[in-house]
Design a protein around this ligand. Structure first.
Ligand code: MTE
Ligand code: MO
Length: 319
């Protein structure tokens, strides 16, 4: 496929710094008339105020101490305002447009090769699952990284709950489709957003369904009310705002494979020695700092996941 539009990561880094986020914030407040109304507090910090969320009382969840970091946490205001969320914008300030994301009512469909397909209200699902907090590193294919305190439950628990049939080989995740709500979906991309994992990846200890961050329900920009995070893979594998989880036999075509097959493959495991066709993956910019660090194989999570890829040497496992 010939892609004629610009990808988010072709935007010069300058435009994607926290400084420009701060600038955009002022522009946004001005444009929305909030300054004049003297109501900045009412209009602006909604992304960090989740008190009205029906699951708010479940947070903060107990931290699982098994997952530790080699660097400080990214401040919440930095992490929740520097996002890839193409449904809303190709710019890192998608968090502003993502305020339009309506997260209730929200239903998650589980279908495909399962004993009994079902539809679950998001609040019932979250209450049925064991929430815990995990400190995870996040490595975007664009060569930047963050560290977040996610709250969520192991994807494995949801797989057990769904009772897949033996014939299921992949788990497919689909994001909402609503071009009225999400301006990016009016543009040229193979919507809705789709990601997928093998069953072995999905039932690995690390694969986390995320419902909250920083000790409260997920801010819209992080992909509320339910997103995936697979920290050993490039960030694009971690689908946001999921409405459907399907168990399938055939390997699904994913959003990024369909958009740029030569650049974003199915596996997308982090490997500093395998460059992206257009840039090096050897190191990463730590967002919110002036630091770069060397990138680690499997983003430092090899002890959990390296075994998953034995026998797959012929596949293009990295990018
Ligand atoms: N639905 C959807 N999910 C998505 C994306 C997206 O544009 N839409 N971007 C991906 C990419 S490229 C990254 S790096 C992460 C960003 O997650 P964050 O904004 O919480 O850091 O979300 C991933 N999941
Ligand atoms: Mo990414």
């Amino acid at each position: 496929m010939h892609i004629i539009h610009k990808k988010g990561w072709e935007i010069p880094e300058r435009e994607a710094t926290p400084e420009s986020v701060a600038f955009n914030r002022r522009a946004f407040i001005k444009a929305s008339g909030l300054l004049g109304a003297g109501a900045i507090g009412a209009g602006w910090p909604k992304i960090s105020l989740a008190a009205t969320d029906p699951t708010a009382s479940l947070y903060p969840a107990k931290r699982n101490e098994a997952f530790t970091l080699d660097r400080p946490l990214t401040p919440e205001q930095t992490a929740s305002r520097y996002n890839n969320f193409y449904e809303f914008s190709l710019s890192k300030s998608a968090f502003m447009q993502a305020e339009a994301l309506k997260t209730r009512p929200w239903t998650v469909k589980i279908d495909g090769l399962v004993e009994k397909p079902m539809e679950l209200g998001i609040d019932d699902l979250i209450k049925a699952m064991p929430l815990e907090e995990r400190l995870y590193r996040h490595r975007c294919v664009e060569a930047w990284s963050m560290t977040m305190p996610w709250t969520g439950f192991p994807l494995k628990k949801l797989v057990d709950y769904a009772k897949p049939l033996g014939s299921a080989k992949f788990v497919r995740f689909e994001t909402f489709l609503d071009p009225k709500m999400a301006p990016g979906q009016r543009g040229f991309f193979p919507w809705p957003y789709v990601e997928a994992l093998t069953m072995a990846e999905a039932t690995n200890d690390l694969a986390l369904m995320v419902t909250g961050a920083y000790g409260k329900p997920l801010a819209n920009s992080f992909g509320a009310p339910l997103r995936l995070h697979t920290p050993w893979k490039y960030g694009f594998k971690s689908a946001k705002s999921i409405v459907k989880i399907s168990f399938v036999e055939k390997r699904p075509e994913t959003f990024w494979e369909a958009s740029g097959p030569g650049e974003y493959g199915f596996w997308a495991n982090v490997n500093p020695q395998v460059p992206h066709p257009r840039w090096s993956q050897a190191s990463e910019e730590i967002i919110g700092t002036n630091d770069r660090k060397p990138t680690l194989l499997f983003n430092g999570y090899g002890e959990y996941v390296a075994d998953l890829y034995k026998g797959l040497e012929k596949e293009n496992l990295y990018i």
